[in-house]
Design a binder for this molecule. Structure first.
Ligand code: GSY
Length: 158
């Protein structure tokens, strides 16, 4: 089993419900769920604020299998790609897998932009502070603000 971190974000529709259902679908592999942050959109068109969080998994899936899980969760949330970088019901990205690097056109691990994005680093630091040096966090972009936790029925909260 290997430790992996996924970043989840939503800024369209019922943001909390979509995040909670995605975490639920990940089932027994979930080790911890970060606090929830409301975050200013980074990049893309003018759009609504996101809710973001990070999930820690213990998994024996390959990076490709994990990517397929991420895509399935996005489809299950009815994600429609209206516009690249635009609003979305659910976005799920692989941020980090212990001991794994992948550099392929459609999959890069660690996530190539994780260090630029406070919406990833803030919840990641809550679960794995050793992965988020303070100077890296300070240089990252975007206002983030911790908000009320999701109702997960007691599963997974950090
Ligand atoms: O890459 C994930 C989708 N996304 C987000 C996001 O999840 N949160 C914030 N705050 N900005 C974002 N821009 C993009 S694209």
């Amino acid at each position: 089993m290997t430790r992996a971190f996924l970043s989840l974000g939503s800024n369209l529709g019922d943001r909390r419900k979509q995040l909670a259902e995605a975490i639920d679908s990940l089932g027994a592999s979930v080790r911890a769920v970060s606090p929830v942050y409301e975050t200013d959109p980074v990049g893309g068109p003018d759009q609504g604020r996101f809710l973001n969080l990070v999930v820690e998994l213990d998994t024996d899936l390959s990076p490709r299998e994990l990517l397929a899980v991420c895509h399935r969760l996005e489809s299950a949330a009815g994600r429609v790609r209206i516009e690249r970088w635009g609003p979305r019901s659910l976005d799920v990205d692989i941020v980090w897998i212990d001991g794994v690097t992948v550099d392929e056109p459609d999959l890069e691990i660690p996530h190539p932009r994780m260090h630029e994005r406070r919406f990833v680093l803030a919840p990641l630091a809550d679960l794995a502070p050793e992965l988020v040096p303070a100077d890296v966090y300070d240089r990252a972009q975007g206002h983030v603000e911790q908000v009320e936790p999701l109702d997960l029925g007691g599963r997974g909260e950090a």
